[in-house]
Design a binder for this molecule. Sequence first.
Ligand code: FAD
Ligand code: DHB
Length: 389
Amino acid sequence: MRTQIAIIGAGPSGLLLGQLLHGQGIDTVILENRSADYVLGRIRAGVIEQGMVGLLEEAGVAARLHGEGLVHGGTEITFDDTRHRIDFKKLTGKTVTVYGQTEITRDLMEARAASGAPTIYEAQDVTPLDFDGEKPRVRYRKDGKDHELACDFIAGCDGFHGVSRQSVPAGSIELFERVYPFGWLGILSDTPPVSDELIYINHERGFALCSMRSHTRSRYYLQCSLAEHVEDWSDSRFWDELKLRLDKEGRERLVTGASIEKSIAPLRSFVAEPMRFGRLFLAGDAAHIVPPTGAKGLNLAASDVHYLSRALVEFYREKSSAGIDHYSGRALARIWKAERFSWWMTTMLHRFPESSGFDRRLQHAELDYLVSSSAAAVAMAENYVGLPY
Ligand code: FAD
Ligand code: DHB
């Protein structure tokens, strides 16, 4: 079998890249090691920048997002039991859209199926080969048979634990990492959200976030210790802890109910440099991770795909390798800004186990500055709604 671009991974990065390239007449085959249902069962991000909305429009998959997504013109930040609003629309002219990653993935999967472009689910032992030469290939096994896919380029869109980054010789890649000493316990419930906008909460018992998926479905997160087990968190224990971290109005308005998903995610900052190795490119979580506090993970995956799709179109249309030569540098410049913002939001809002009285006073001063200085609020808003591509 042969294709122009072999894409490893059918998460948002791989599916969006496939759809954008298909729109430009470039052939792709996607190899995914899980089933489509498993990929759709993962509950993850929920906040979409305008830049990503534009890419989804370009890919022809934004109709449901425009119908069902919730446009938010600001967010709330709570500390000292007091809520403050950061008005994105007034400060930057931009908004964000609340629409689940699961729904984006579903829309992309349906569009790909309709286009007839192949996705091979449950492909085992996917292995990128010979990407340092002119004729890269990807080997995989399906239903007990070995297969080989010849291609012009390989796009490694296979997430943090994927095979693409791990196939690069150790001497050719540099890794940068920070692991945080806590995780997020998240639940999804069919209850109306506690507020019209998201609430980021700094509290002495730990960070909390009130988010949503629709007017009838809520997503809440609590900072928790990494030693916690999800089985030890009954729904009532979760709601009791959330009430302790909410302000008075939030406590009174919170509607509780049965959870439909509950999971714990660790927090990490991670960047791999560079993002191109001959004819292999990394995109999305395969190349970088941010802690979720700034809602940047999915949006960064989309900006990588933006740069990569344009570079590949330029290669085929104009016979120019300028775009692919600049891909890594362009993507990394944006990635490091999002890494900085996500680290800053995480540091400002969480309770660090080792923090001293001095650290806590500084954290309070940072929050106080954010809500009392328009320059500080603009800087936060500009990063949250997304820097230009
Ligand atoms: P992924 O979504 O990880 O997709 C990679 C795909 O590759 C997967 O389908 C995987 O099965 C497949 N794959 C892996 N290995 C192989 C292989 N060897 N062969 C073939 N296929 C393979 N971001 C936010 O902004 N807000 C959040 O609240 C948030 N919560 C998150 C919670 C969790 C638990 C995780 C893990 C991430 C979260 N993120 C969040 C980050 C966001 O979901 C990711 O940035 C986004 O999914 C990146 O998309 P991706 O396509 O690059 O990677
Ligand atoms: C969601 C997750 C985030 O990490 C965030 O910053 C905002 C919203 C969410 O899952 O809804």
